[in-house]
Design a protein around this ligand. Sequence first.
Ligand SMILES: [Zn+2]
Length: 682
Amino acid sequence: MDGHPHHSIRSAGTYNINMRLLVSLCLFSGFVLAQSGFDPTALDRSANPCVDFYQYACGAWMGSNPVPNDHSRWGRFDALQERNRTMLQNILETASAPSPARSAVDQKIGDFYAACMDEKTIDARGLAPLQADLARIRGLRDKAAVTDTVVRMYRAGFAPFFRFSSEPDAKDSTHVIAGLDQGGLGLPDRDYYFKTDEKSVKIRAQYLEHVQKMFELMGVAPASAASQAKAVIALETALAKDSLDRVSRRDPEKLYHKMTVKDLASLAPAFDWTKFFQGVGAPAIQSLNVDVPLFVKAFDAVLTATSLDDLKSYLTWNLLRDSTDVLPGKFEQESFNFYGKTLQGQKELAARWKRCVNLTDGQLPDALGCQFVEKTLGEEGMRRTHEMVNEIEKALAQDIQSIDWMTPKTKEQALVKLHAVINKIGSKEHWLDYASVKVARNDAFGNAERTSEFELQRQLAKIGKPLDKQDWEMSQPTVNAYYDPQENDINFPAGILQPPFWDNQMDDAVNYGAIGAVIGHELTHGFDDQGRQFDAQGNLRDWWTEEDAKAFDQRADCIVQQYGSFTAVDDVHLNGKLTLGENTADNGGLRLAYGALMDRLAGKEPPSRDGFTAEQRFFLGWGQIWCENRTDESARMRAQTDPHSPGKQRVDGVVSNMPEFQKAFACGAGQPMVRNPACRVW
Ligand SMILES: [Zn+2]
């Protein structure tokens, strides 16, 4: 839902509706006993690699790694993230032990974690921490006063109705401006409010029940709770109606409407925008980007047409929904029942310590990430990754020069863009200082509010200033990576620079198929259907000739058709357009890594290992980073919301487009892993 596009290698591990966790953080890698990069015992040798390569590469792993009860998806990314989480737990347990020798940073993260772990105090306080806000909502006398309440909620980390933050100006990426985007929904996507298939209708009914139960847990009588829940969903449905769908949101031009605050006020006169901007602490602004003007109009209509009582119900619901992680257990359990169990098929709420590690990582990312990097970042991993990035950038330059569908003029521009890519690898250089944030050992709720406000003010303070490209959008212990088209940079947190993605015990072939392909994936994002619309400076500017753009679209359409034919679960297909950017990046990424590996081998065939040639091990390295299982519910939800394809399609979709794979495994025409004609963009 973020207007500022990022292209990660993978979606977040858990779906989190909590708005205050949308902004992320800091790092890592290491000496821990990690699972080796290539695992011969994961193979299903009874499968035919030319018929179902994913089954061949991952079959035994899948059989022995069912989804744990506290997850909705379990793959090798998750296993590594779980290991990182244990390291973070150790850091936090140590930091939370009271000691006069504690550093200021240890006090922040240690007491934040301890307060979160203190369920006894949280239960005893009940809804007391929310009372002032609840009373303010109850006491609203007219709609003009709604602005003040929205301001107050925003400052505490909530985001009713819409999203407001800073973002680089898409057409002048050196400057940061204010951005107003659609938001305000409690279901994972706008389509959830309108789909008429049996499952979707049922989920809406379960959502209604859930909202009602949350009101009842607050002490509202069942009849009133039921009518309030209905009002909430009616309001959200009205907001959803004019929200832009996910495929449309992939087009950056559709999200760019710079206008004056005066224009905004005439688009939505029912809300006092000037008061809101001042109230949340934004610097004085004359103009801003309104991502979806139609949505803002819809918001205005909602505000005008909805009764004050129903607006109160909606604001109360927002408060409750996004606070459950620091409210008494019954609220958290009920929230999990819907968002975890119903939507994603997760059987059990994760252990308290895991949720508190996640919350600390989300709210104080640099304080925790800094220590994680100190303890884990391996110099050799950093060095090798840097080296590989250079080699893969070289492979992309060669690829651009050699393709036959692009004219020299556009090729020249593409190379300018490639050479301007900034590589951020391993760890951030400047850590945020949380000295001004009060963290109290007995106040989990207040800690969450104060750290949210700190982050909001940090984001808003960027407005009107030059873009700071040193900042990261992911915490350093995160097992992920991303490309940012407006910064034209690739970002690899320390978290992913370890086995099975990179392993110094492994031969080059496996490492290139794993972390090499991830690097190639992020680089290719600069040249996918979305990234290609930004230039070397990160500006939304068309640098393509018309005929080259057409040639690109034709090739991209092959990928849209290919992945759109894949099934996620039951009769649910992948959305070829939603996943186009990621699939393009996977296909380009593995091919670039292959090219770089071939350059490195320079025609010398290394001895085979574990019974496989270097080429075979390269493809097995790729296949095995995607070994995973997911619940049916999670597969269904992700098919609608996740721009990344599931592991099986990521692996089989790419190798079936590569003659190099077919040669490595001696596959013949007509076999499933030999696609004819093959799709290829890069
Ligand atoms: Zn990606």
